[in-house]
Design a protein around this ligand. Structure first.
Ligand SMILES: Nc1ncnc2c1ncn2[C@@H]1O[C@H](COP(=O)(O)OP(=O)(O)OP(=O)(O)O)[C@@H](O)[C@H]1O
Ligand SMILES: [Mg+2]
Length: 400
């Protein structure tokens, strides 16, 4: 059916006109009527107005256009990437890590171009202090490379602190509890092989668990223990994140050296930390994330505030975050070694959550945040009821 296209209708019309010119008006009428019938049929078919028994089941039961697009994306493997474009898109969302982002994009470009059947596309480690954007980067990369969440397999490796914990990743031997289902990693890569496997806080997993990844990285497959099936890792990008040696890594990130030298130094400092040499030698590259400083802290906090507001279906008005809030954040974070931006945004979230809920309940669509000294208040600048921006003096203030 999809072979039918408007050209068929046009052909009928052209033939009809030629025939009018040359003799048989009856035949011309038949052809013109035929063209009309075909056009109506195509219109009905494409608009899915056909009776149920003629409709494509996908038209009837799902969003066929988006399924077709996603399927085309999935079957057409990513072959080359534009490193500069990828880096620019990521830098717009990951603040203050431009050097690391550019190096990663460049490395990925090379690795996508020269794929190996017996190795993952890449095994990268992102090292640095807490709250510098390592996990956030991996999520953004998955989004920018593949679009959609299905291509990010996230594992919190601090959950695998015991040697036997690997069973939940790679499957359980027959006869043991859990041997009926696949391990979480084998199942994820079986279902979506072209993806990012994010092994978050890798150093917190047991060394035995670390070693189980060596086949995945050396040979391009993992074995599901329950049924012995081989699951390919050759379309995956493994990203490990770590806080190990974060002070030293922070210094390295600030050094004025080539990306290669920084990577080499960062790798050496992980060797002194919790990484076994055989594991470290299989990691392709280590990238040092730098501690956030100055206005970059303000940028991250502003983005976080925007994200918190969005959770409640609210927009931040243009210029709607009081600079004092961001200034305080810079000061707090610059004086603090632990906790990072995450603790800071959590504290802010605690202060404003109830006020944002109240604002939303009152029909607000846009707000601004003001620091009143005693705490942050939320002012409604636009609401559904008015659909017009409120004047500053009449803006509704929600103090509690
Ligand atoms: N450089 C950054 N750019 C944008 N957002 C950031 C950045 N750093 C942190 N954030 C924000 O702060 C939150 C915490 O960051 P993230 O989880 O990426 O830190 P991390 O480096 O993985 O820390 P940890 O080592 O403790 O896991 C994220 O939700 C993210 O939105
Ligand atoms: Mg993290």
């Amino acid at each position: 059916m999809t072979g039918l296209n408007p050209w068929l209708g046009r052909l009928f019309i052209v033939l009809g006109l030629i025939t009018i010119d040359h003799a048989s008006p009856a035949l011309a009428r038949t052809l013109v009527v035929g063209a009309a019938v075909v056009a109506v049929f195509i219109f009905l078919y494409q608009g899915s107005y056909l009776p149920r028994f003629i409709m494509d089941v996908l038209d009837r039961l799902t969003n066929k256009a988006s399924l077709e697009q996603a399927y085309a994306q999935r079957s057409g493997k990513l072959v080359t990437i534009d490193a500069d474009q990828l880096a620019d898109r990521i830098i717009a969302r990951v603040i203050g890590q431009n050097d690391a982002v550019h190096s990663i994009a460049m490395q990925l470009r090379r690795r996508f171009a020269a794929r190996r059947a017996d190795k993952p596309i890449a095994v990268f480690c992102l090292a640095g202090a807490p709250g510098t954007g390592k996990t956030h980067f991996a999520k953004v990369l998955a989004d920018e490379l593949y679009g959609g969440k299905g291509h990010l397999h996230f594992f919190d490796m601090s959950q695998f602190g015991q040697p036997h914990a690997a069973a939940s990743l790679f499957g359980q031997a027959r006869g043991y509890v859990g041997s009926q289902t696949y391990g979480a990693l084998t199942a994820a890569l079986r279902d979506v092989p072209d993806s990012i496997v994010l092994l978050d806080e890798f150093e917190k997993a047991h060394p035995e668990v670390h070693k189980r990844f060596l086949t995945a990285w050396n040979d391009g497959f993992i074995t599901e223990v329950s049924d012995g099936a081989r699951v390919a890792t050759s379309d995956a990008i493994f990203i490990l994140t770590t806080n190990a040696a974060s002070r030293r890594i922070g210094e390295i990130a600030e050094q004025n050296q080539t990306a290669e030298d920084r990577g080499r130094l960062a790798k050496a400092s992980l060797l002194d930390a919790q990484f076994a040499p055989e594991v470290l030698s299989r990691i392709d590259e280590v990238f040092a994330f730098r501690p956030l400083k100055g206005l970059d802290i303000a940028r991250v906090v502003a983005l976080e505030i925007e994200a918190i507001a969005q959770q409640f279906g609210l927009r931040i008005a243009g210029g709607g975050i009081d600079p004092k809030i961001l200034l305080d954040s810079i000061e707090t974070l610059s004086n603090r070694l632990q906790g990072g931006v995450r603790d800071l945004t959590r504290a802010l979230e605690r202060q404003v959550t109830d006020k944002l809920i109240d604002a939303r309940a009152a029909g607000a669509v846009e707000v601004r945040l003001i620091d009143r000294g005693s705490g942050v208040t939320v002012e409604v600048t636009r609401s559904n009821a008015t659909a017009e921006p409120l004047q500053p003096q009449s803006a509704e203030v929600l103090n509690n």
